[in-house]
Every structure is written in C-alpha cells, then in structure tokens.
Ligand binder design. Structure first.
Ligand SMILES: *Cc1c(COP(=O)(O)O)cnc(C)c1O
Length: 379
C-alpha cells in the first residue's frame, strides 16, 4: 500500500467486533475473563483496543514491527531511556528538544547515565564520542530549532558497527517526510502532540521499533512504567493521522513560499531551512527526506527586536509547539529552549534573536501579509 492509503487502511483500521470504521473509544479499565487467562485484553495499562489500533497504525506508517503510544513525547523518550542502566553512556545530538535536554541533564545524569553531546552531522565527531560504555546514539533530524539535518544512514552505520542502537526523534519531519527505520535506525519516536495529532488538541508520544526483541523490551517498559496514552487521546490521534498526508502537502507547499519570502527580506540575517540550496545540509536533506518539512528558523539583523516582531503578528500565533494546522511562531531562547543554560545554548548556535516558525496550512497570502506586518513593526 502507498503511504496515503496506509493512513486510512493500515494497522487495525476497523473495529473487529462491530465493523465500525472509526475504532470506538474503549473506555474500560478492565475486561471480563470468561476463561481465566485467555483474554486478549486484561487491563487497559497493559492493552486497550483503541490504543492498540493506533499503535498498529504507527508501526505500519513508520515501517516498523511494533508501535507504542505514550502519554506525551517525553513519556515516550523517558521510557526508551529506561531500557538502559547506570553507567551507560550515550552520544546525543547537540540540538535536541529543550525538554529532552532537561530530562537527560536533570534526571538521567543523576541516575548515573552519562551523555556526550555532538553535532551529529559531523560523522568524525560521532565516532570520536563513542566510548566503551556507549549504548546508543540519540538524534533529531531536522533538529530543533536549528533544523540541522543529520545523515541518518551514515550515523546508523557507524552505530551498528559498534553494536550501538540508533534512536531518532522524527517529530520535526513526520513519517510523511522521513522514515528513519528504513535508513537503519533501530527506534523512531515522536511527540505526537505535533504533526501526527496536527490539530493542537492533544499531547501524546509514539515509539516504533523494527526488531521484535527490542519491541518486546519497549512493550515491557510501557506496561512496567505505565506512561500509556489514554483511549480518548488514542482515538483522537488516530483520527488526526488519517489526514497526515493531506496536511503535510499543504504544510510543505506553504513552507516553500514562506522560505522564499523570508530569504529575500533584507531584515533577515540568517535563515535555517533544509530546503535552502545554500544550506550545507541541503544534499543530505534531499537524499533522505521527501520534501523539506515545514519548520523555518531565522535570525533578524542585529538591533531588530524579535519580540516586537512576533507580538505584532495577527494570523501567525505566538505559541510554543509546532506541527499544528495553525502557523505558530516563537523565540526559542525565551520559550521552548529557556531551560537550557545560556552558554550551552549559544555554544550550540541558538542565538537570543532566533525566531522559529512552524508554517501552517492557512492561505499563504495571509501568512505573507502577516509577516509584512511584523517587519513593518520593527522598522
Ligand atoms: C515537543 C517535542 C518533544 C516532547 O513532546 P511532548 O509531547 O511535548 O512531551 C520531543 N521532541 C521534539 C522534537 C518535540 O518537538
């Protein structure tokens, strides 16, 4: 099946008991065991039909073997890190989601895990960071907020050679744009609160694995740690995913137009977009992505006020998050990446003036007129 078809017919797409084409929201904590121990479902933390339908769909569209749904993206990520032990070391991308950095830095370090952050685009740096206790390479591509594109296939090959797992946060691309498991990654994960959900109405997380043994480990921890996605959200997320391809095509087309507009603005000092042919990551992006995503970051010329710019927009909404139908804009240093110490943030290239834009599916003329309004306000 092609991707667009899989979104509708992949995984468990209709209710076995009734034929309902929308999997019902099974609001049940427990299930009657008519014969002891022979039930498919026992208790909704360990298995729920609504969540299972979503999980099977995610496994299909991420080209994996098993999918797991969690209460948030961070719940998915923390469950994956719980596969490891005290003393284990990780090579982590230097431009990961602020909350992921905080989890590593403030929680897992205290539990005796160690981390080396590197620009994972630099393959020599990835190799050099590997230690005898290294267990995995963890990266985002495109990364947040600088949209660095890592050659996933090359990093996964290095990791495999050293018997390490490759874990890719695919939130910024979505499975419409990129399939990390096809590129050699072992685990792909998502904040489903972004493109997968798409409608600014839920928080959720997804993990998909390719190897059955690895899947069994994640499944065990999903139940053992308990950070599952509830039936209501599982249903809502599956509903959102049905239109992922339609939404992504609109996102990508608008992002291309907004990029061209911003690139030509004299007030913009620097622009970060994987589809920019001047971007050193362009060739890798072209090779491994289907389209370039719909996230654009940019810096204004020195002296121009980014806060004034974002506060004067009327259509593009000043808000954290991304991947929504609505265009969202934010200042990473003051918002999403505020938890990262300033010197660490500057060292990884996230300037105070950086603006991150998640291009939505509004009529693009309204987006460009709105950006005009922002630029007029900072003259
Ligand atoms: C938002 C986000 C997360 C965290 O997900 P939540 O659903 O907010 O817990 C992780 N990674 C990336 C890239 C994100 O954008």
């Amino acid at each position: 099946m092609e991707f667009d078809t899989e979104l509708l017919h992949g995984g468990i797409s209709e209710d076995e008991a009734t034929g309902a084409m929308s999997i019902p929201i099974y609001m049940a904590s427990t299930f009657h065991q008519k014969k002891l121990g022979q039930n498919k479902y026992e208790y909704s933390r360990s298995g729920n039909p609504t969540r299972e339908a979503l999980e099977s769909l995610m496994a299909t569209i991420e080209h994996g073997q098993a999918g797991f749904a969690f209460a948030s993206g961070l719940a998915a990520i923390s469950t994956v890190f719980n596969m490891f032990e005290q003393g284990d070391h990780f090579v982590v991308g230097d431009d990961v989601y602020g909350g992921t950095f905080r989890m590593i830095d403030a929680v897992f370090k205290n539990m005796g895990m160690t981390f080396t952050t590197v620009d994972t685009r630099d393959l020599a740096a990835v190799k050099a960071a590997i230690q005898p206790d290294t267990k995995a390479v963890y990266l985002e591509s495109p990364s947040n907020p600088l949209l660095k594109v890592t050659d996933i296939q090359a990093v996964a090959a290095i990791a495999k050679g050293q018997h390490l797992l490759t874990i890719v946060d695919n939130t910024f691309a979505s499975p419409y744009v990129q399939h990390p498991l096809d590129l050699g990654a072992d685990i792909v994960l998502h904040s489903a609160s972004k493109y997968l959900g798409g409608h600014s109405d839920l928080i959720g997380g997804i993990v998909v694995t390719k190897d059955p043994e690895l899947g069994a480990k994640v499944g065990y921890l999903q139940n053992a740690l308990g950070a599952i996605l509830a039936p209501q959200e599982s249903w809502l997320l599956q509903r959102g995913i049905k239109t992922l391809a339609l939404r992504m095509r609109a996102h990508l087309a608008n992002a291309e137009s907004v990029f061209k507009y911003l690139k030509a603005r004299p007030e913009v000092a620097k622009i970060y977009f994987p589809g920019d042919t001047d971007n050193p990551d362009y060739a890798v992006a072209k090779k491994q992505m289907h389209g370039f995503g719909a996230m654009i970051s940019f810096e204004l010329q020195p002296g121009l006020d980014p806060v004034k710019f974002v506060e004067n927009l009327q259509v593009i909404t000043l808000a954290e998050s991304l991947g929504a139908l609505e265009s969202l804009i934010e200042i990473p240093a003051l918002m999403t990446h505020g938890a990262i110490p300033r010197e660490v943030r500057l060292a990884s290239g996230i300037q105070d003036e950086l603006i991150r834009l998640s291009v939505g599916i509004e009529d693009v003329s309204d987006l460009l007129a709105d950006l005009d309004r922002g630029f007029a306000a900072i003259q």
